[in-house]
Ligand binder design. Sequence first.
Ligand SMILES: Cc1cc2nc3c(=O)[nH]c(=O)nc-3n(C[C@H](O)[C@H](O)[C@H](O)COP(=O)(O)OP(=O)(O)OC[C@H]3O[C@@H](n4cnc5c(N)ncnc54)[C@H](O)[C@@H]3O)c2cc1C
Length: 565
Amino acid sequence: MTQDRKEVLFALQAIVGEAHATNDPSIVCSYAWNAGVGSMPGPKFLKNWPIAVVMPDTTEQVAAIIKCCVARNLRFRPLSSGNGGTYLSAAEDVVVLDLCRMNRLVRLDAANQMAVIEPYLTAGRLQAEAMKVGLNCHIVGAGPSHSPLASATSFLGIGITGASTGANFRNILGVEWVTPTGDIVRLGALGGEEDWFSEEGPGPGLRGMLRGVIGANGGLGVFTRIGYKLYPWAGAPSLTLTGTSPMRGMALEPNMRLFLPVWDTVEQMRDATFRLNRAGVAYALLRMPPNHIGWTLTASNGEYASRREAGDLPECTRAENRFAWQILTIGHSAGETAYQEKTVRHIVADTGGRMMALPQGDGEVLLRSLVTSLYVSRVFRGAGSGGTSFGVMDTFNLLPDVIRASESLMEKERVPGRNFAADGIEGCWVWPTESRQLWTENILASRAGTVAGVAAGWKGFLRHLNLVDHNPRLGFMAFMAGPLIELFGPRYSNVPTWMRRIKRRLDPPGLADSTVHIGIKEMPLVKWWPTLQKIAFSRAGAPALHLVCLLLGVASRKEKLPQRK
Ligand SMILES: Cc1cc2nc3c(=O)[nH]c(=O)nc-3n(C[C@H](O)[C@H](O)[C@H](O)COP(=O)(O)OP(=O)(O)OC[C@H]3O[C@@H](n4cnc5c(N)ncnc54)[C@H](O)[C@@H]3O)c2cc1C
């Protein structure tokens, strides 16, 4: 690296004050720590540590920092809550903008069902404030500590209450954005009338330009404020917690009902879902694999194993009851509550389903997880988990194919002694976004901490990509970040071509770090990929694929702190 670290630090401190920029290795190294989702293959500690970390407080400071980087030919990368790990950079000449001081709920506009928020306003904080005025926000699967702004502008944006709270790529309204050249741009109604209410007028879809497939992950500059949709909340302004940690739950309010219907076949479940969606009575409609429900309802893996062996877990945790929903309804009145209950019971009975019973304490734990999206920490406890997805924003007609595809991916590795959780048949989490479109996460719960386990996770992930690439009945895969979208571009309407045009136009020197977006130049591997793909997923290529996955397993186990001067 040719940069004078001290000079860079002083320049950043001149913008934000001495206390808010540092190149102290003991702090900078924590921005090279790879926490999980979105992680790059390799050890937990990346060898690339940022040149400096800076914490701006205003949009103007963000713009000044970017200009400072551009003048020095330095790359830059923002992070909001840092929940996902995708803010990690693959190079050392990167200034990380940690936006944690920009944590304001600028406005809560109850009449217009929206909020104006900054990057480090967390979903949990927003939800608590919104509920006080009868509103609620979408919370993605990462849980309440993530940033709705980062999610809406820059990375994915889907979560289990999609039935009633949409998806974050549709929840974004006005945007304040600092471009890769350091210019401040205001989009939406905000551009004309000093307001945040309306997303886009006639003309090209600006959200699509800014997000590409799943969000630019910092590759198109920094978003500093957004207008963000909120949704009606019929529950109490604050909810009563029950139980003791870690088995905290929430008391079911008189206007809430939690149902666990189950069907014999996936086709029956699909048919019921069309009707449930159309009736629009569910606050949340979530399908989890039964063993994941079991992990949620127990405090430790040990408790899960012993209760499972003793046959002491509720019926919703048994594999034979896997074509099932968790349905939460919340009525604005006693009459609406009764109507919702009657509707759900009628549809379930009419489609050949039945209701499963659940002890009160377990119901309270599921309720809390549904409302706050707290499942992930519990479910990822069971094993090291890799997430893939099927049928993204597609019709529920795909559901049976999607479930069978997940079964086929897990089949060989899910027997005792192998590398996937042995008590699950497939790993599909399913919900309807906007009470209409299918979304499926396919969680491959593989053995963490062993080379073979990590390798099996990688192989499952790569085989999943290949399956989706060849079978339209599996819909799209969601996590098409960075290099992946380049490799699989043809299946996605060649969107990388457009993403690259936008990137080149907005960021000619390519300084907005694109580790998880698209670079200025096409990756050389793209040309060879169709041939490599054919070989890797053929019978003859299977040993080579296995070897590559083992090497990835070895790389991720080799934990060593890099030598620093
Ligand atoms: C266990 C786990 C489960 C998850 N499940 C889901 C899920 O179900 N659905 C889902 O949508 N996501 C999920 N995620 C991903 C992720 O946590 C969220 O999408 C993400 O948290 C967004 O908020 P954040 O504050 O964590 O973003 P960060 O981690 O801070 O950043 C995410 C990306 O956006 C960029 N970025 C951050 N802030 C800005 C900004 N202000 N301007 C421009 N770019 C920015 C970063 O550089 C990075 O590339 C999961 C993550 C984990 C760890």
